[in-house]
Write a protein that binds this ligand. Structure first.
Ligand code: DX5
Ligand code: ZN
Length: 233
C-alpha cells in the first residue's frame, strides 16, 4: 500500500445488500473501487448497529484491495486486535471514542496496520497536532456518524484545508466520510482530501445483478474530484 495522494474512491458497504456482502465487494472492485470502506457501529457511540470482526473476516477474501475499517465504537481498544486479525488494512478510531486516543492509535500501529483518526463534525482539530506522528489517515466526518444517506455538512470543507496544511509533507491520507456526491466531491478534493468514502452515491441504481451503475457512479465522482484537483472547476 504505497502512499499516494491520487484520488481514491472507497464505497461504503453500509449501502450494499446486507445479504450479499461478498458479491457486493467483488462487484464494486470490478467496477473500479479503490478501497472498500467498512462501517462498524455499536449502538452506543452511534445510534445504529452494523457488524463485528466476524463479518469483516468473512468478507476479507472477497476484497483484493484495501479493506478500510471505520470503527464507530466506544470503548475501542479491546477490539483492535480482533479487527486486525480479521484482515483490516486501515483501522480508524474516533477522536471522541475515549479519553486516550493517543494510546488507541499506538495500539493500532502496534498491530502493523495503518492507523486512522476520525473526527466528528462538531470536533475541533487542535488535538490532532499532537497525534500527527501516529496517524496514516485522518477521516473528516462530513455527516454525524451513524447512518448513510445524510446531507453533507459544508462547514467541514475548511477543516479539510486546515488539516492538509497541518499535515505538511507527512504521508497522511485525508478521507472524507458522509454525503459525498458528484457535487460535494470537488469541494473536498480541492481542499486536500484524497480518499472519498461514498455509500448511497455509489450504490444508487445498481445491484449485484446489475453492477454497471456502480461503475458509472464511481467514475463520475472520480472525474469530478480529479477535475477539482487540477483546478478545472
Ligand atoms: C456514516 C458512515 C459513512 C456512510 C456514508 O456514519 O461512516 O461511511 O456510510 O454514507 P453516504 O455516502 O450515503 O453518506
Ligand atoms: Zn464510514
Amino acid at each position: 500500500m504505497a502512499f499516494s495522494t491520487a484520488i481514491k474512491i472507497a464505497p461504503s458497504i453500509l449501502s450494499a445488500d446486507f445479504a450479499n456482502f461478498g458479491a457486493e465487494c467483488r462487484a464494486i472492485e470490478a467496477q473500479g473501487a479503490d478501497w472498500v470502506h467498512v462501517d462498524v457501529m455499536d449502538g452506543h457511540f452511534v445510534p445504529n448497529l452494523t457488524f463485528g470482526p466476524a463479518t469483516c473476516k468473512a468478507i476479507r477474501p472477497h476484497i483484493q484491495g484495501v479493506m478500510d475499517v471505520h470503527l464507530m465504537i466506544s470503548p475501542v481498544d479491546q477490539y483492535i486486535d480482533a479487527y486486525a486479525a480479521a484482515g483490516a488494512d486501515v483501522i480508524t478510531a474516533h477522536l471522541e471514542s475515549g479519553p486516550h486516543i493517543h494510546r488507541t492509535l499506538q495500539a493500532i500501529r502496534n498491530t502493523g496496520k495503518k492507523a486512522g483518526l476520525a473526527i466528528n463534525p462538531g470536533s475541533g482539530i487542535e488535538q490532532v497536532e499532537y497525534l500527527l506522528d501516529l496517524v496514516d489517515l485522518i477521516c473528516v466526518m462530513t455527516v454525524n456518524p451513524g447512518f448513510g444517506g445524510q446531507k453533507f455538512i459544508h462547514s467541514q470543507v475548511d477543516k479539510v484545508r486546515s488539516l492538509r496544511a497541518m499535515c505538511g509533507t507527512r504521508p497522511i491520507h485525508i478521507e472524507i466520510d458522509g454525503g459525498v456526491t458528484v457535487e460535494t466531491a470537488p469541494l473536498v478534493a480541492a481542499a486536500g482530501a484524497d480518499v472519498l468514502v461514498a455509500g448511497s452515491a455509489v450504490f444508487s441504481g445498481g445491484s449485484v445483478d446489475n453492477p454497471a451503475p456502480y461503475g458509472e457512479n464511481i467514475r463520475a465522482i472520480r472525474r469530478a474530484a480529479e477535475a477539482a484537483v487540477k483546478g478545472l472547476v
